[in-house]
Ligand binder design. Structure first.
Ligand SMILES: [Zn+2]
Length: 87
């Protein structure tokens, strides 16, 4: 797989824990959703991505301000959250 940011094939997988904050005033007291995905990191530019597990994806869909957004059945949805290092 090639990095979608720089097209490098130098990537490594890491175990991660990520707290996803839901945002918005109605979630101001919500501590967020803790997920434990495998993180794929581009070792050239730092672009990183992971797949949200299906159970947590369903919770996000229920709590999202965009409740009418379609959800996909299966292994989850790819979520990119940007670079971990300066480019
Ligand atoms: Zn890259």
């Amino acid at each position: 797989m090639y990095c979608p940011s720089c097209a490098s094939d130098a990537q490594a997988k890491f175990a991660a824990e990520i707290n996803i904050h839901l945002g918005g005033l109605r979630n101001i007291d919500n501590p967020g959703l803790l997920v434990f995905p495998n993180l794929l990191v581009c070792l050239e530019c730092g672009f990183s991505w992971f797949t949200t597990p299906e159970t947590e994806l369903a919770l996000l869909a229920m709590c999202s301000p965009k409740r009418d957004a379609s959800t996909r059945k299966g292994d989850g949805r790819d979520v990119a959250f940007g670079r971990t290092t300066a480019a």
